[in-house]
Design a protein around this ligand. Structure first.
Ligand code: HEB
Length: 727
C-alpha cells in the first residue's frame, strides 16, 4: 500500500481528481444565480491583449488579394476532404449560413458575429455535421492573414466568395466581427439533455416555440429537413419554417429566397447508415482526432461515400453554378417520397417527370435530383408557393431577393453601419440596420452648461431625468449591437408606448425636453438632450449627497425618424423585465434576479457595474411606476450608498409578502415596524454571497466615494454603449 499514491491525486492515477474537477457549486446547487455570464470574455483570456485593434488590423489587409485566395481555395481540392464536383462552394455557403443562422431577434443572441462556430456546442451539433472540415479547409488562408481577419469574418467572407465564384452577384460584405476565445455561456439553447430528442419546446397552448428559441430541436439550426419529428409532411414543415425563420426576423419572401438560393448549390450527403459508420461529434471525439469528429468508415468516407444529414443528392443539375434550376425542377417535376441509402425521408422526381439528373460527387456518373421535405414546403404551402412561382417567372427578382436576404442573414447582428469595415460595404440604407442620421452641430462647453441649467430649472425631478435617460440608453443589446440612446427612438413608436417606460410620465418629460430643444433653436438632437438630462440629474443627485462630480458626456447622437424605425423589429427590444427599474411584466414567470442578470449581460456590464447601477438607480427613484421596491433610503434623489448599508443591515428581518416569493418587506427586529419593501432583484444583493461581497465594498464606511465613482462610470458607459461612431 503506497502512501504517496493515496495522498497525491496525480499519483493515484485518477484524472477526475485534478485541479478544477470534482463536484462544483453548480452541481451542489443547480439553481444558483448564473453570475458567470457577467464574467465572460475577460481581457486576460484574450491572446490578442488589450491594445489590439481589430478594425485597424482588418483595414490593413489587401482585401482583393484575400478574396482571390479564398476563391482559389474553392477549387483546390484536398485529398483528406475532396470537394464535391471539384468545388467547395456549396460546402462553404452551408458553413457561413450555419454560422449566421443561430441568430434570434428575440434576444439578439447567436449569429455570426463572434466566431463561436469553432467552439462547442455549435461545433458538435448534429446539424453542423462535417463543417469542422470546412473550417480546416480555410485554415491556410486564416494562417496567412493571421489576426488581420477573424474567424467570424472569414467564415462569412468564404460564403460570399463561394457564391461569387459560382456566378452569383452578392449584395456586399462588411468585416468587423471580432472573435471571442471561449464559448458564450449566456445563450439559452434549450433545456433538453439529448439532441433532436423531442419537440417539447413547442408550447402546446399557443403552438409557438418556447422563449426566444430559433430551432425546433436541440442541435438544429432551424428545422428537421425530413419534416417535423421526421414526419415527411411539407405543410407541417412549412409551419416550422415560418416560425423559426420568423425568429430570425425573416419574412416569407426572404425565407423562400434564402432556401431556394442556398439549395441551388451543393448537395446533401447520405451514402449509408450513419449509425453504422459515423463516429462521435468533435467535442466528444478522442484526442488524436484533433478537434474533428464524425469520422466516417463507409468506403472512402468522402465524396459519394460521405454521410452528413443522411439525405442524399443534389437539388439542381448544376450544383456549382448560379442558375434558375432550383425552381425549374421544384415546380416543373412531380416528386415522390423515397428514402435515401441512409434511410432518411426525401423526395425524388417521379419517372413520368423524365427529370434531368445531377452529377455524382466525384463527377464520374449521374444521380437523381433530390428535395428535402423542407424544400417541398416551398411548393406545397400556399403562401410559399405564390412566392416560389413569382421567383420562378422572374429570375432577376429572385436573384435580388436572395442577395439582399443573404446580406441581412450574415450581417444582421453587427449593429449600426458604423461598425462595418472594408471596401464592399453597400451605401444603400437598409431598414434592419436601424439607420440614424448624422448630426452637424458641435456644442461648446458653455452651451452644454447652459443646457444643463435649463434642464434643472425645468421642474423635472432627478428621478424623471434619470429614468428617461435610462429608458433611452438601456435598450442596447451587446448581443446584436442594436438599441441604445443614439437615434432618440425613445420619442418614437413602439418605444414611447412600452409599459416599462410609463408612457404617460414619459410623454410629460419628453414634451418639457422638446420645449428646451426649441428654446435652444433646435441645435441639439433629442437623443443628445435626453442623455444630457440624465447626466444633469445624476450630477444634481450627487450634489444633494455632498459629492461634486462631473458625468462624462459625449455629444453627437442623431435623431432617427419614424420611417427609419421598423416597428416589428424594434418590438423585440422591449424589455419584459428590467431589474434596474424593478420592472417585470406580468407575462413573465421567472425569478427577477435571473432576468436582472440577463439584462446586465445584454448591457455588457460586469458584476460590480451591475451592482453599482442597481444601488444607485434605487436611491435616485428610478423605479417603474415609481414603486418603493428597493428604495432603501429616506433621501430619494440623493446619490448615497444607502441601498447597500440597508440591504446589509441585520437590524431588519425580511419576509415574503407574496405567495410567489416575489415581494418582501423588512421589519425592525425590536419594534416589528415595517421599514422597506423589495423584490428579488433587491434582496439578491444581500442574499447571493458574491453580490453581497461587492455590496459590502459599497456599503462600508469608506465605500460611498467608490460607489459614487463606480456608479457614474457605469452610468456613462451605458449612455455610450452604442457610440460606435466614436470607437
Ligand atoms: Fe440547406 C445543405 C437542410 C436552409 C444552403 N441543407 C443542406 C442539407 C440539408 C439542408 C439537410 C444537406 C447537408 C448534408 O451535407 O447532408 N437547409 C436545410 C433546411 C433549411 C435549409 C431544412 C431550412 C428550410 N440551406 C438553407 C439556407 C441556405 C442553405 C437558408 C443558404 C442560404 N444547404 C445550403 C447549401 C447546402 C445545404 C449551400 C449544400 C452543402 C454542401 O454542398 O455540402
Amino acid at each position: 500500500n503506497n502512501s504517496d499514491a493515496s495522498q497525491c491525486p496525480f499519483l493515484s492515477g485518477d484524472q477526475k481528481k485534478t485541479a478544477g474537477r470534482g463536484t462544483s457549486n453548480r452541481d451542489w446547487w443547480p439553481n444558483e444565480l448564473k453570475l458567470n455570464i457577467l464574467r465572460q470574455h475577460a481581457a486576460k483570456n484574450n491572446p490578442m491583449g488589450d491594445d489590439f485593434n481589430y478594425a485597424e488590423a482588418f483595414n490593413s489587409i489587401d482585401f482583393a488579394a484575400l478574396k482571390q485566395d479564398v476563391i482559389e481555395l474553392m477549387t483546390d481540392s484536398q485529398d483528406w476532404w475532396p470537394a464535391d464536383y471539384g468545388h467547395y462552394g456549396g460546402f462553404m455557403i452551408r458553413m457561413a449560413w450555419h454560422s449566421a443562422g443561430t441568430y434570434r431577434v428575440g434576444d439578439g443572441r447567436g449569429g455570426a458575429g463572434t466566431g463561436t462556430h469553432r467552439f462547442a456546442p455549435l461545433n458538435s451539433w448534429p446539424d453542423n455535421g462535417n463543417l469542422d472540415k470546412a473550417r480546416l479547409l480555410l485554415w491556410p488562408v486564416k494562417k496567412k492573414y493571421g489576426n488581420k481577419i477573424s474567424w467570424a469574418d472569414l467564415m462569412v467572407l468564404a460564403g460570399n466568395c463561394a457564391l461569387e465564384s459560382m456566378g452569383f452577384p452578392t449584395f456586399g460584405f462588411a468585416g468587423g466581427r471580432e472573435d471571442v476565445w471561449e464559448p458564450e455561456q449566456d445563450i439559452y439553447w434549450g433545456s433538453e439533455t439529448e439532441w433532436l430528442d423531442n419537440d417539447e419546446r413547442y408550447d402546446t397552448s399557443d403552438g409557438d416555440l418556447e422563449g426566444h428559441l430559433g430551432a425546433v430541436h436541440m442541435g438544429l439550426i432551424y428545422v428537421n429537413p425530413e419534416g417535423p419529428n421526421g414526419e415527411p409532411d411539407p405543410l407541417k414543415s412549412a409551419h416550422d419554417i415560418k416560425i423559426t425563420f420568423g425568429r430570425m426576423a425573416m419574412n416569407d419572401e426572404e425565407t423562400v429566397a434564402l432556401v431556394a438560393g442556398g439549395h441551388t448549390f451543393g448537395k446533401a450527403h447520405g451514402a449509408a447508415d450513419p449509425e453504422k459508420y459515423v463516429g462521435v461529434e468533435p467535442h466528444g471525439a478522442s484526442i488524436e482526432e484533433m478537434s474533428t469528429g464524425w469520422k466516417n468508415t463507409y468506403e472512402s468516407g468522402v465524396l459519394q461515400h460521405a454521410i452528413t444529414s443522411g439525405i442524399e443528392g443534389a437539388w439542381t443539375p448544376n450544383p456549382t453554378k448560379w442558375d434558375a434550376d432550383y425552381f425549374n425542377v421544384l415546380l416543373n417535376y412531380d416528386w415522390e417520397l423515397t428514402k435515401s441509402p441512409a434511410g432518411a425521408h426525401q423526395w425524388t422526381p417521379t419517372a413520368e417527370s423524365n427529370a434531368r439528373m445531377a452529377p455524382t460527387a466525384d463527377g464520374s456518373g449521374k444521380q437523381a435530383l433530390m428535395m428535402t421535405t423542407a424544400d417541398m414546403a416551398l411548393k406545397m404551402d400556399p403562401t410559399y408557393r405564390e412566392i416560389s412561382e413569382r421567383f420562378h417567372k422572374d429570375h432577376k427578382a429572385f436573384e435580388d431577393a436572395f442577395a439582399r436576404a443573404w446580406y441581412k442573414l450574415t450581417h444582421r447582428d453587427m449593429g449600426p453601419i458604423d461598425r462595418y469595415l472594408g471596401p464592399e460595404v453597400p451605401t444603400e440604407e437598409l431598414i434592419w440596420q436601424d439607420p440614424i442620421p448624422k448630426v452637424d452641430y458641435t456644442l461648446s462647453d458653455s452651451d452644454i452648461e447652459s443646457l444643463k441649467k435649463m434642464i434643472l430649472a425645468s421642474g423635472l425631478s432627478v428621478s424623471e431625468l434619470v429614468k428617461t435617460a435610462w429608458a433611452s440608453a438601456s435598450t442596447f443589446r451587446g448581443s446584436d449591437m442594436r438599441g441604445g440612446a443614439n437615434g432618440g427612438r425613445l420619442r418614437l413608436e413602439p418605444q414611447r408606448s412600452w409599459e416599462v417606460n410609463n408612457p404617460e410620465e414619459l410623454n410629460k418629460v419628453l414634451s418639457v425636453l422638446e420645449g428646451i430643444q426649441k428654446e435652444f433653436n433646435g441645435t441639439i438632437s433629442m437623443a443628445d438632450l435626453i442623455v444630457l438630462a440624465g447626466n444633469a440629474g445624476v450630477e444634481e443627485a450627487a450634489k444633494n449627497a455632498g459629492h461634486n462630480i462631473n458625468v462624462p458626456y459625449t455629444q453627437g447622437r442623431g435623431d432617427a425618424s419614424q420611417e427609419q424605425t421598423d416597428l416589428e423589429s424594434f418590438g423585440y427590444l422591449e424589455p419584459l423585465a428590467d431589474g434596474f427599474r424593478n420592472y417585470m411584466s406580468a407575462k413573465l414567470n421567472v425569478a427577477a434576479e435571473d432576468v436582472l442578470v440577463d439584462k446586465a449581460n445584454l448591457l455588457t456590464l460586469s458584476i460590480p457595474e451591475m451592482t453599482a447601477l442597481v444601488g444607485g438607480l434605487r436611491v435616485l427613484g428610478a423605479n417603474y411606476d415609481n414603486s418603493n421596491y428597493g428604495v432603501f433610503t429616506d433621501n430619494v434623489g440623493h446619490l448615497t450608498n444607502d441601498f447597500f448599508t440597508n440591504v446589509l443591515d441585520f437590524t431588519y428581518t425580511w419576509s415574503a409578502t407574496s405567495d410567489d416569493d416575489a415581494i418582501f418587506e423588512s421589519r425592525d427586529r425590536r419594534t416589528g415596524e415595517v421599514k422597506f419593501t423589495g423584490t428579488r432583484a433587491d434582496l439578491i444583493f444581500g442574499s447571493n454571497t458574491e453580490l453581497r461581497a461587492v455590496s459590502e465594498v459599497y456599503g462600508a464606511n469608506d465605500g460611498e466615494i467608490r460607489f459614487v465613482n463606480d456608479f457614474v462610470a457605469a452610468w456613462a458607459k451605458v449612455m455610450n454603449l452604442d457610440r460606435f461612431d466614436l470607437k
